[in-house]
Every structure is written in structure tokens, then in C-alpha cells.
Design a protein around this ligand. Structure first.
Ligand SMILES: [Zn+2]
Ligand SMILES: [Zn+2]
Length: 193
């Protein structure tokens, strides 16, 4: 939905429901489920406030299964007229992070919906909070098939051996000269010597 800024009434414009948004997202598998926005003018700026609800297919970061993610995004964005080419660039201060632009007389609400939905997506999607993930031994999905593979935690003794092996190989490469402190890796722990 594209709004003509010059046609926004003085007392604002309420947009309820998703009927005016047949294709709000780039990805047709994303679904806009509910929307309530209030559009109002503040001199040349346009304020858009409200919320939306969307369902977006995600892939679980632990078990790699697809699942639908439902999100509610609060919208509170100020649109300013786009600076014309040739005019000085508008400087964005730290308070202006929720500022966007409209171009000419047109404000694209689909772009706002796309952006706000993307911002509401999880950094690390999980199909459920207690997802057991994939077994690191057999690769099975432990939510579906709780296998009995022994869980191997990283062994601190192995880490110490690896550290020692690295030091020995450093010394070996310096063979012929005295073992120098420069040969130690930066991660080497202070020794008790
Ligand atoms: Zn999962
Ligand atoms: Zn397993």
C-alpha cells in the first residue's frame, strides 16, 4: 500500500486489517496476519504508529527443522521528505534511528512492514526453547529420536594435550637454537616455573 502524503487527513488516517496489503513482503511465504496503524502528519513529516503481526517460516538453529515463527512488531516511525539530489545530506543523529524517508509525495507502507518484520525476526531461531537439536554423534534429530549416543563434552585434558603438542612442534621448528620464549603461543597459560 502506497499512501499519498498530501491526502493524509488533518486528523490522521487509521489503517486496520490486512486487506489493503495483498503482497506486503518480498518473500511470498511470509504472511501478514494482522495490522493496525495510525498515520498522521507533523508538518512535513509523517508519523506511523501501531503494530503488526506476521508469520514467517524459519529454520531452527539447533535441529535444522523448518517451523513458522509468529512475531508482533511495534511500529513507531517518523518519515521525513526525502532530501532532493543536490541538497546537503541530512545528518542522522542518534535520536533519529527510527527515521525513514518518503519520496516525492509517496509513502510506501509495504517497505515499512517488510523492515519492521525483518527487525522482529530472531537472530538465532529455535523451534522451541528446549529444542534438543541434532546429535553430534549420529546426526539424528533428538526431538524425534532420543538416541542413546554418548554425549561427548570437550575434555579439558585434551585441550591441555593439544596445547602441549603445539609447544613441542614450535620447539621442533626451532631445533638447533635454545627454546625461546618467543616460540610460545599467545594463548599459552602462565607456567608455574
Ligand atoms: Zn529445533
Ligand atoms: Zn545420536
Amino acid at each position: 500500500m502506497i499512501i499519498r502524503v498530501s491526502e493524509i487527513p488533518e486528523d490522521g488516517l487509521a489503517i486496520e486489517g490486512v486487506d489493503g496489503f495483498p503482497h506486503p513482503f518480498h518473500d511470498p511465504t511470509w504472511v501478514l496476519e494482522a495490522l493496525s496503524l495510525f498515520v498522521s502528519k507533523d508538518k512535513d513529516d509523517v508519523l506511523v504508529r501501531g503494530h503488526l503481526r506476521a508469520r514467517v517460516p524459519q529454520t531452527c538453529g539447533r535441529c535444522l527443522e523448518p517451523f513458522p515463527f509468529d512475531l508482533v512488531a511495534q511500529v513507531d516511525t517518523r518519515f521525513s521528505p526525502s532530501p532532493r539530489i543536490g541538497e546537503d545530506e541530512v545528518e542522522l543523529g542518534p535520536d533519529d534511528l527510527e527515521v525513514d524517508f518518503y519520496i516525492e509525495d509517496l509513502l510506501d507502507l509495504n517497505r515499512l512492514i517488510q523492515t519492521e518484520t525483518e527487525l522482529g525476526l530472531p537472530m538465532k531461531p529455535l523451534c522451541r526453547a528446549d529444542c534438543h537439536g541434532l546429535c553430534s554423534v549420529c546426526g539424528g534429530n533428538r526431538n524425534v529420536n532420543p538416541c542413546s549416543c554418548a554425549v561427548r563434552l570437550p575434555d579439558p585434558r585434551l585441550a591441555a594435550l593439544k596445547d602441549l603438542a603445539e609447544r613441542l612442534s614450535t620447539r621442533a621448528s626451532l631445533r638447533g637454537g635454545p627454546a625461546s620464549p618467543q616460540g610460545r603461543t599467545p594463548s599459552a597459560r602462565p607456567s608455574a616455573r
